[in-house]
Design a protein around this ligand. Sequence first.
Ligand code: NAD
Ligand code: IPM
Ligand code: MN
Length: 349
Amino acid sequence: MNTYKIAVIPGDGIGNEVVPKALEVLKQAAELNGTFQLECTTFPWSCDYYMEHGKMMPDDGLEQLKKFDAIFLGAVGDPARVPDHVSLWGLLLKIRRQFKQQLNVRPAKYLKGLESPLKNPKGFDLVIVRENSEGEYSEVGGRIYQGEDEIAIQNNVFSRKASERAMHYAFQLAEKRKNYVTSATKSNGIVYSMPFWDEIFKSVSEKYNIKTDSFHIDALSAYFITKPEMFDVVVASNLFGDILSDIGAAIMGSIGIAPAANIHLDGEYPSMFEPVHGSAPDIAGKGIANPIGQIWTGKMMLDHLGEKNAADNIMSAIEQTIANGIKTPDLSGSASTKEVTEAIISYLK
Ligand code: NAD
Ligand code: IPM
Ligand code: MN
């Protein structure tokens, strides 16, 4: 019996509602599979923790997390009490950076029974590979002058190594899928980072026998709406990938179902699994958060741990639940978080 040690961080808002539900599903899938188990340790790090301790996690927090096989996180953010840049850089982004989780892998695909806002979602099935360690999310910059002359300067950081890494990952993923990689650029308007990104994309693409395209992010965002079925793997910088992944979620039908994996590739630190959505303060505490984003994210964690059978079973239980119309209000249904979870568990069995 394989035992995987999982660090669980529910975080804020609906993270506290969907994470326990996803764990019920994961544990059930493990039990039915019979060859592995999850040993979960929960950490209360969140904005509540911040209100009490003045920090989002203890000073040795990363040291505590390092020994786990994976991290399963809900969502971080309670902007009414803690500024977002403080809570996010104190926990989520800190883990992504310090644990060198260089890729954020975010699939989006049409599932039968979903009401996509698109007139004809035509079975799109794509994966966004988002560079996750640098780019537009940088701590380089500052503020100068005061009053009406005040200026904020935010620098972008693009390294050859991290860009290459995201692109190689995208090409290798496309080799297992539909052999097509699209790069998100903006080299018509941004004069240093994006021409550099394009050059690297071209040189990486020469190492693979794969069809490629490169589109400016504005046009690419529109194609996500007008013809998402054209895409296979889309590789993007940190911010462009962030935006594209909310569009990918929206065209599926709701951000509440979109999964994500923050992948560390060098075997030194754990990878972290957290859905695309945030803490959703507007619906927190009502018992209606869609648990599917968190559950599908758990499926990605099992794939990462090598438990493909159990992962596939979870995906088919999600698909059956949606196809049978058991949906939370974000998908125009009337089921609760609990009811959707129970349905997924019953289809698993
Ligand atoms: P959000 O994703 O929390 O919410 C956007 C909209 O989607 C809201 O209307 C919300 O009700 C809905 N929604 C989100 N998840 C849902 C679910 N599972 N089921 C049903 N509806 C769902 O984004 P936001 O409002 O921009 O951010 C809220 C807080 O979360 C902020 O503090 C933000 O910084 C943070 N955030 C955290 C993460 C993360 O931890 N990974 C991601 C995004 C935002
Ligand atoms: C996400 C979120 C985060 C990001 C925020 C909360 C910093 O939007 O995981 O998509 O931009 O990476
Ligand atoms: Mn986002």
